[in-house]
Write a protein that binds this ligand. Structure first.
Ligand code: ATP
Ligand code: MG
Length: 190
């Protein structure tokens, strides 16, 4: 499979759909949120730095994120497509991703945008707060993450559109329906 960038607001299901896509197409998976939470868990310097931003609903600075992403990408099994989950989140990150891949003779593949109404997003994140106990899934931080998403990340949708690789899927109340639409699209690419 080609590379895939999965894109959407907090709680849009990037991680959930990525896991299903990885299983079906045998791909690599880079979740920058999971990478950062791993660093926090291991008590690394990077983790300590990242925690301050994450707990505040803010993004980790671009230069740092871009380094982490390149290192994680180079550690993937070669020859398989990779799904990028949670990256890029800013125009600078998108430009850096494109350049990093081009340098290696690779390309961004396709971008899948998950479009979900904000009421559904909020209820999912509050449910996840109870189930998984993520420190940033409380109402105050969620509001900040939505604001950051709208100001810094959402403009990327047009950036990908201009690259000619944006494909949008809208939530209509069923995970199976959404997943079916995504699989039909990806099956058609192979
Ligand atoms: P979901 O996975 O449900 O869509 P999410 O997008 O809020 O939720 P993660 O992608 O796990 O969650 O990210 C959690 C936090 O990690 C972000 O709020 C941000 O602070 C930090 N983070 C993750 N990826 C990046 C990135 N590419 N650039 C900057 N910060 C990031
Ligand atoms: Mg996630």
């Amino acid at each position: 499979m080609k590379n895939i960038i999965i894109f959407g607001a907090p709680g849009s299901g990037k991680g959930t759909y990525s896991d299903e896509i990885v299983k079906r197409y045998d791909m690599g998976h880079i979740s920058t949120g999971d990478v950062l939470r791993g660093e926090i868990k291991n008590g690394t310097e990077l983790g300590k730095l990242a925690k301050g931003y994450i707990d505040n609903g803010q993004l980790i600075p671009d230069e740092l994120m871009i380094d982490i992403l390149a290192n994680t990408y180079d550690a993937q099994e070669p020859g398989k497509g990779v799904i990028f989950d949670g990256f890029p989140r800013t125009i600078a990150q998108a430009e850096a991703l494109k350049a990093m891949l081009a340098k290696r003779g690779h390309d961004m593949g396709v971008m899948i945008e998950l479009i979900v109404d904000e009421e559904t997003l909020l209820s999912r994140l509050l449910k996840r707060a109870i189930e998984q106990g993520r420190d940033d899934d409380n109402e105050e931080t969620i509001k900040k993450r939505f604001a950051v998403y709208h100001s810094q990340t959402e403009p990327l949708s047009k950036w990908f559109e201009a690259e000619g690789i944006r494909y949008a899927f809208t939530w209509k109340g069923s995970k199976d329906v959404m997943l079916g639409e995504i699989f039909d699209f990806l099956d058609g690419l192979k």
